[in-house]
Design a protein around this ligand. Sequence first.
Ligand code: NAD
Length: 513
Amino acid sequence: MSETTTSMNTDFLTRLGVQGTSLGACWGEWVETSEGRELVSVSPTDESEIGRVKMASKDDYGHVMTKAREAFETWRMVPAPQRGEVVRLLAHEFRRHKEDLGALIAWEMGKIRSEGEGEVQEIIDIADFAVGLSRQLYGLTMHSERPGHRMYEQWHPLGVVGVITAFNFPGAVWAWNAMIAAVCGDVILWKPSSKTPLTAVAIQNICNRVMKEAGCPGVFNLVIGAGREVGETLINDRRIPLVSATGSCHMGRRIGEIVAKRLGRSLLELGGNNAIIVTEDADLDMALSGIVFGAVGTAGQRCTSTRRIFLHRSIAASFTDRLKKAYASISIGNPLDDSVLMGPLVDEGAVKDYEDALETIRTQGGEILYGGKRVEGPGFFVEPTLVKADPDMPITKDETFAPILYIFEFDDVDEAIRMQNDVDQGLSSAIFTRDLLAAETFLSHRGSDCGIANVNIGTSGAEIGGAFGGEKDTGGGREAGSDSWKIYMRRQTCTINWTKEVQLAQGVEFDVS
Ligand code: NAD
């Protein structure tokens, strides 16, 4: 394990304005919180305190909401391409702060620096995408069945969009929602994970500067507080027509239920249990690098992390040996050390989940081939772990948010696809193969049942241009590219009669004269 240090250069905290104690509620201006409870942000690398945030109370939430609603009245009247221009300025600011923000994400969440900077790049990419989109919020026109009538549909902003984010992508997930919603004319009320509050404060600081300069405060709003308090207030708030929530399936069930009860709209991006199939003719070098990055990257804490692999029986033994060697070469340690490939888990609770899962794996008959232990010392480090498993082991059907990879064997591709699909989650999936028939079967309607299906690419690391999300217990939501923007707007169908008489549809006659 590489050396961790508390005496490292943390100037990036100062440059991002997150040193000391920050406030936890903001509508463009920070709100002095009415309650004094503080959230301590601890680095998972050495357990040192990075900073504190005063948590928002229900009153603070109400204050920010009022300001957000006022801002919506103005923002929705700004032409979409001009909204895009403001988002372009934001993208520019994120470019300027890419290194610092990437370092903060690494230090607060635990992913390695290049992944932290990669996350900021995603913020920039989706902002750029949104700028183009601001001129392409197209509606259809259709032919009316009535003569002298014109019919078309148009898209209007929704209002205040609630965005609830998970700890593992503390910036990108906000941006996927916020950049698109902003060009659509919505304002955003963000409740980030309590595990990564400083990243949220730093992002809000960047937004505040740009939006003040542009003369439109209140478009990007923040409330940092407990899920059970501020989170529950947000999801129950009828003034929020859309709640976009990213997190565990457990959280998604709660949010889906509450928002549906008030007939609101929810966009759910929940847990995955992602698998890779490797056929006997696959390029095994490619498969190896795709699997190791997918399973070990971000210490197995991506929603798209590879959790299960299905190896053709003829290559299983030799490929497993290669995996063990690759795992032994993974450098674990301080995520800000550029030679490190795997940082810590996010907190002590995550380490406990990892250890509990290993206990269950042993009880259910799994064989631990590599790893399986906590790394001693300060910080929340664990060993990346390989497990020879049986697909009937119940634990393999669940998402454990840690670097544990289950290895299964198969004889034919149909069997592998069936086993891959035999879990409740449906986020990301992949096949490594040079067999056209296997690839096309995997992509066909009797193939993978996931929202993402890749060939000769691993399960993690999606691009923002496509719609991102998953089926089944993953929640069915779609974010980022393609036509995902439509969920942030309300559709209106308009019919204009340019004749001098009223004509009823379907030939109905209703003469009142
Ligand atoms: P989590 O479910 O513990 O928390 C997610 C967010 O929900 C946090 O901000 C939390 O405060 C909030 N929350 C919890 N209960 C709430 C409630 N009752 N009302 C309102 N808000 C509430 O998840 P986590 O541990 O932060 O993140 C890991 C999980 O997120 C994994 O399951 C992972 O797969 C999933 N995830 C999914 C995607 C995706 O796009 N599908 C992306 C990232 C993470």
